[in-house]
Write a protein of this length. Sequence first.
Length: 144
Amino acid sequence: MAIGQRKDPYLGFNFVVEIEGLVVGGFSEVSGLQMEIEVQAFREGGRNEYMRQVPGGTKYPNLVLKRGLTDDHVLWNWHVDTVRGDVDRKNGSVVLRNAAGEEQWRWNFQNAFPVKWQGPDLRAGTAETAIEMLELAHEGLVDS
């Protein structure tokens, strides 16, 4: 990058969610793109001034996907199948795009399955979009 050249951050609204084998439309919100390394502390013999810190396993919170409710029941059906014991794990991606629509970041999640579906809050007298939420447990974020 040349001196003085500006690098603006990407805008958080320009993204898509891809889930293998499911046509799911556009999502209005994604949260849970996170990974955390657990830290294990132990005392080292003869060292009383500190605890040794070593990395442990990595934790991945559930992904939470929200979108406007439509007549497409694919997310609902995937969750209902899981409730019935037919767990169909799927891989997918959250893709962040720049202003020109070009892919800039891709977070791939693996072996995901729905653990929670939530329907919209319905209130007379409002004109809000009815939102459905799907929460996915997964086994990690991986490189493409």
